[in-house]
Design a protein around this ligand. Sequence first.
Ligand SMILES: [Zn+2]
Length: 263
Amino acid sequence: MVLRLEDHDRSRCRLTFEDGLLNTLDWLGLEPDRFPTASFREDPIAHPARQSNQSARYAAALAQLEAAGSVYPCTCSRKQIARVVDQSVGAEARYPGTCQTANHRAADTPARRVQMAPGGWMFDDLRLGPLVQEPAAQCGDLLARDRLGHWTYQFAVVVDDLAHAIDVVIRGEDLLTSTGRQLQLASMLARPEPPLYCHHPLLVHPDGRKLSKAGQDTSLLSLRAAGWTVPALIGQAAWRSGLLPTDRPVPFQAVVDRLLGAE
Ligand SMILES: [Zn+2]
């Protein structure tokens, strides 16, 4: 387990959210193997667990892809892209490749896109089973660094998963469509063995709305205050994620053993 602060969206990052995250990990007894919570608390700003401190790593990965001829500068604004993409309900905004043949100079913009070759990517989700996604058709060429010079989530997460040799990723179903493109990117960065993925369902309101911090919705610490024990919470989360057959209190190690058995 690796502690990672994905703080590329500066407008949404708050130190209090980070404190909440660390306190929750401590309560759950989930001590990261790399970057223990105590080490982060000692020096949170300069800590290597923070993605905003790892620009050199992402730049090196981008240089690797540039050397392979898979990267180009993109001067498109979001508005320009929105004007030309499919606006039908539920459709993902696919970058149409406008700048691929435009021959922009590197100095024109910090924004860089990585070319997604056509073709399907298969993976075996631990809950959902075998799935195929086609990044070139879904999202088109992937933004690695935006017009402000910020690394994107999609790019940074693949580079870090590779750097930290992450072998199991458990995350929400809202990120399911990202998996194919992340696998494709990992392959382009010469990752030999991709991670296993488990996409868990999201807890939502009865009308389907997402839970949110702003809406004072149930947080782990409020469940703790309501008397939930850690084994009960781990058991229910693992059961909802399809990692255990029944909803019953278990120690965290039981879930780890189950995952290792699946590898
Ligand atoms: Zn463009």
